[in-house]
Design a binder for this molecule. Structure first.
Ligand SMILES: Nc1ncnc2c1ncn2[C@@H]1O[C@H](COP(=O)(O)OP(=O)(O)OP(=O)(O)O)[C@@H](O)[C@H]1O
Ligand SMILES: [Mg+2]
Length: 372
């Protein structure tokens, strides 16, 4: 079953005497969660991620637009009839109930034919608890658990009734690094096993990239880009998306296209056939630098960080927006520094041009770039 969002807009009215105008939390948002897929929804704080989830589960009514579960329109269906499992950003467990009772709760609330027998409920709750590795904690109350354990109880509670859709709002934020990795793999596995279409909110782009079949990037309530993670990384639609994806982040420089050449600080550094002429922002991925003693791009060298498989060179360049830029080289590649300078040539498929005014991407002919 595909989940479809069609032109969703959510406006919150201004409140209080000093309030200035309404907030448009989500603006004309359309995307799909295809059946069986895990879609990562990402964007900076306040961009409308939770609001989007709340509209899908029915806690907020959209101001405009429609929501479909398969063929069925659910825009005005009450939350309890939607069959949505949700883990909230501030997942609230029932404090007076034990872990087991918390997990059982959604099943006990089912009505009529949907309601399983007592023993079946218990069986399913135990199975779900095992899935998220909290079977030893079933008799505790939430305040006797760590943040990460509480989070896993919340995930179990969302999964136990085999929802039609699973919505996870930053479900891993309280876990330590190792548990976070483990839990996200677990979520991925559970999702693949059950095939439940899932929307996973995070502002951690690396997390989104690593577990999502598709990602949707939002900014200020507006969809910036969607697609397969690698596709979006390799072909960002605008400067915002280019900057948002990738660790370490993309290097941004101010440049100029003239005579079919990209120029940085006046120096021609890369042929960019077909590109519109004029001033541009230039995004260069850290892996876009190739050490080259005769290369066109000269940088000052601040320091070299050897990281085993790769070497990271922290450099300076007059056209760079930040104080330094970062080049990541495979450790077998060597860049020779001479009197504090290194020279690079650029891998064209790792270089992106953006219009200065709109920050939209400017294309140039680049045979090495897949799908450009
Ligand atoms: N009930 C509400 N009334 C008024 N404004 C709201 C309400 N809920 C959210 N907003 C506003 O809508 C915008 C989007 O909020 P939302 O909670 O969807 O962001 P988010 O992407 O989930 O952010 P975060 O990553 O911080 O959780 C914000 O500007 C927020 O202040
Ligand atoms: Mg949120």
């Amino acid at each position: 079953m595909n989940i479809t969002l069609e032109n969703l807009t959510k406006r919150f009215p201004a409140r209080g005497r000093k309030a200035q105008g309404e907030t448009v939390a989500v603006k004309d948002l359309s995307f799909e969660i295809p059946d069986g897929m895990l879609v990562g929804l990402l964007g900076p704080s306040g961009c409308g991620k939770s609001t989007t989830l709340n509209m899908i589960c029915g806690l907020e009514a959209p101001s405009e637009g429609k929501i479909f579960f398969g063929e069925e329109e659910v825009t005005h269906l009450p939350p309890e009839l939607r069959g949505v499992g949700m883990v909230f950003q501030n997942y609230a467990l029932y404090p007076h109930m034990t872990v087991l009772q918390n997990i059982l709760f959604p099943l006990e609330n089912l009505k009529g034919e949907e309601r399983p027998s007592r023993s079946e409920m218990r069986e399913r709750a135990l199975e779900t608890a095992r899935l998220v590795q909290i079977e030893e904690l079933l008799d505790r109350r939430p305040k006797e658990l760590s943040g990460g354990q509480q989070q896993r109880v919340a995930i179990a509670r969302a999964l136990v009734k085999m929802p039609r859709v699973l919505l996870l709002d930053e479900p891993l934020s309280n876990l330590d690094a190792r548990l976070r990795l483990q839990t996200r793999e677990e979520i991925c596995k559970i999702q693949k096993k059950t095939g439940i279409p899932t929307l996973f909110v995070t502002h951690d782009q690396e997390e989104a990239m690593s577990i999502s079949d598709r990602i949707v990037v939002m900014k200020e309530g507006v969809l910036m880009q969607q697609g397969r993670p690698q596709e979006v990384y390799d072909n960002p639609a605008n400067l915002f998306v280019a900057k948002f994806l990738g660790t370490p982040p993309i290097n941004v420089l101010e440049g100029e296209v003239s005579g079919g050449m990209l120029r940085l600080d006046g120096q021609p550094v890369l042929p960019v056939p077909g590109a519109e002429e004029g001033p541009v922002y230039v995004g260069i991925r850290p892996e876009g630098f190739r050490p080259d003693a005769d290369g066109p791009m000269a940088c000052g060298l601040n320091r070299v960080e050897v990281l085993g498989r790769e070497t990271s060179m922290v450099c300076t360049h007059p056209a760079c927006q930040a104080d330094t830029l970062r080049a990541i080289l495979r450790s077998e590649e060597e860049a020779e520094a001479q009197s504090g300078q290194v020279r690079f040539s650029l891998r064209p498929e790792k270089v992106f041009l953006f219009r200065r005014s709109s920050e939209e991407r400017i294309r140039f002919d680049c045979p090495a770039r897949a799908g450009a």
